[in-house]
Design a protein around this ligand. Sequence first.
Ligand code: SF4
Length: 293
Amino acid sequence: MQINIDTNSGFCFGVVNAIETAERYLENHDELYCLGDIVHNNMEVERLEKMGLKTITHDDLAQMKNATVLLRAHGEPPSTYETAVKNNITLVDASCPVVLRLQNRVLKGWENIRKMNGQLVIYGKEGHAEVLGLDGQTDGNAIVVGSIADLDKIDFTRPIELFTQTTKGKEGFAAIIKAIEQRIEAEGTEIPFIVNDSLCGAVSNRAPQMREFSAKNDVIVFVSGQKSSNGKYLYSVCQEINKRSYFVSSPDEIDPSWFSAETNSVGVCGATSTPMWLMENVAKKVEEITSTN
Ligand code: SF4
């Protein structure tokens, strides 16, 4: 039986940059605080914690003084930078450049739409770190919608400017745009509706590759942390194509019943927050299981 690891899976450049920044710092220092999980993958967080990384919360940050704190790829709202200045905290800013550019676009979008008595809407996960950073550009005035069911939060008689969290799926974003257009039409008013496609190519470009990979293998083992947004999206892409797709966060979660004597190939793939070493460990475990089956 063949076990294939998807070479297109694994960390995106934003996550690579954050992790390498932490590793470089820890080569010369005993510890580094990180505001929130550096990556939505517990096993990678544990590896870095062994090197001296200490994960803290925003409440911890508010209490700290004279420390050095890493900002991860998701980006932070302006209030975090203000707290750092107030508490004499040195920031090692590993915010992804794609997210920083988006924050700037949201800031400008908000300045524009508020002049029109409009609303800035973010298609994303309420409470997600990146969404909090984007909402911070609007002083907390953004309307966050996670699904079509949330659209009642929007006033369809006032102008709307729409952005999306970088890691959402193209299909979900298209569905939200269509649903908003329908609601505006139903209202019967002519209002400006400005759509900003702010999806990150590092995630959305993976979907077609993942479809192809899922079709080529009999069974798919998708590796990701439970908290990863892009992990949820990319796993749904695998499931769409291959019904024998399974989600695991670690090699221990692999169930031998997923593989049968007729299974000729198993594909191992993952999210932009999944380390390659973890996918390799999963592939090894699949090999152990299938060789004794
Ligand atoms: S998914 Fe895109 S925006 Fe998010 S960290 Fe990776 S490269 Fe940056």
